[in-house]
Ligand binder design. Structure first.
Ligand code: 3PG
Ligand code: MG
Length: 379
């Protein structure tokens, strides 16, 4: 038991028992085909541990965000097929979110989920920040444990939150400051340096008084950014240059034209900043190479468009080359390192985007708290 959360060994004898496993098989699908099965493979240590010991395993997951009713777009059939190949004999329930009781955490739905099962295992790290029925409900009724994936994610992420090797450098990006303010505040308590790239840097540039052309900006966050800069200027590192797309250009469509040019921190009207520049990438690289702990969440630019991938690629390369312990917080930055073929050079790629941010921010998750109160945990 770590962090007060029971693990598989704390379940006692599992042979002949029926075990409900909540997994996060919310995999990316393109035309009904799974484009990345990482989240399914990541659950195998838990599923195999249980089946090898003679347990009967029923897995369950959400997939996408259906509106509380069956919807063929979000059928788990492709997942069921892949799961049957990887973990034969493991059953999979229908998409949990086909029932409105899942997101509402309805006790009647919890009862229905638990019926016929002796034990519950939460291995859905990526969904454990949601206080949904399948995450927080079963531990009120069944002896429960964290699966291997959940336990590993928590150990690594809480480890760097609580006792990181220093210097600890956090890299944040992505489009929205509003999504990241909470985690930025938390990171300021634990990280030595925070590098800020991606669309969110333009709201900071505006707060510094720069003109940012048509770049992404959250006007209602300018004041909050100004305050952060005021109080923590020495530890927040913003790009010294950016790459912009000129009038007439279209993101993701080079054939539409539009010039691409490097700027400092100011852009003229009609121009949109879409990547950090080479100067910023080099400066960020210097900091990353000296780090002993690296936590990266959010790309540096619109890396899906090859004209604006250089910043994210450069950061991915230095993260991969760094001798520090490197962790990627799921989502788009995980997709970026995979796209650049660097995934195996990173120490840990989290399977949870929102969950890893919330764990870093709060130091806990609803799914973990629920497991601490399971009937098999002595109080
Ligand atoms: C994710 O993909 O981040 C998790 O599976 C959680 O999904 P949700 O944001 O729809 O709750
Ligand atoms: Mg490394």
């Amino acid at each position: 038991m770590k962090f007060g959360v029971p693990e598989l060994e704390d379940l006692g004898e599992v042979a002949g028992k029926s075990v409900l496993v909540r997994a996060d098989f919310n995999v990316p699908l393109r035309d009904g085909v799974i484009s990345d099965d990482l989240r399914i493979r990541a659950a195998l240590p838990t599923l195999n541990w249980l089946t090898e010991r003679g347990a009967r395993v029923t897995a369950c997951t959400h997939l996408g965000r259906p509106k509380g009713a069956p919807d063929p777009t979000y059928s788990v059939d492709p997942v069921r097929v892949r799961l049957a190949e990887l973990a034969p004999g493991v059953e999979l329930l229908d998409n949990l979110r086909f029932d409105p009781g899942e997101t509402a955490n309805d006790p009647a739905f919890v009862d229905r989920l638990c019926r016929g099962h002796d034990l519950y295992v939460n291995d859905a790290f990526g969904a454990s920040h949601r206080a949904h029925a399948s995450i927080v409900g079963p531990p009120t009724e069944l002896a429960s444990a964290a699966g291997r994936l959940l336990a590993k994610e928590v150990e690594i992420l809480l480890g760097i939150r609580e006792h990181p090797s220093r210097p600890f450098v956090a890299i944040t990006g992505g489009s929205k400051v509003s999504d990241k303010l909470g985690v930025l505040q938390a990171l300021l308590d634990i990280a030595d340096q925070i590098l800020i790239g991606g669309g969110m840097c333009f709201t900071f540039f505006k707060a510094m008084g720069h003109q940012i052309g048509n770049s992404l900006c959250e006007d209602d966050q300018v004041e909050a950014c100004a305050k952060l800069l005021d109080e923590h200027a020495d530890r927040l590192l913003l790009p010294e240059d950016v790459v912009g797309l000129g009038p007439g250009g279209k993101i993701g469509d080079p054939s539409a034209g539009g010039d691409v040019r490097n700027f400092g921190r100011s852009l003229p009207d009609g121009w949109m900043g879409l990547d950090i520049g080479p100067g910023a990438a080099a400066a960020f690289g210097d900091v990353i190479l000296e780090a002993r702990t690296i936590l990266w969440n959010g790309p540096m630019g619109v890396f899906e468009d090859t004209r604006f991938e250089a910043g994210t690629r450069a950061v991915a390369q230095t993260v991969a080359e760094s001798r520090g312990f490197s962790v990627i917080g799921g989502g788009d930055s995980a997709a970026a390192v995979a796209q650049f073929g660097l995934a195996s050079d990173v120490d840990h790629i989290s399977t949870g985007g929102g969950a890893s941010l919330e764990l870093i921010e709060q130091g806990d998750l609803p799914g973990l708290e629920a497991l601490r109160h399971a009937p098999n945990v002595a109080s």
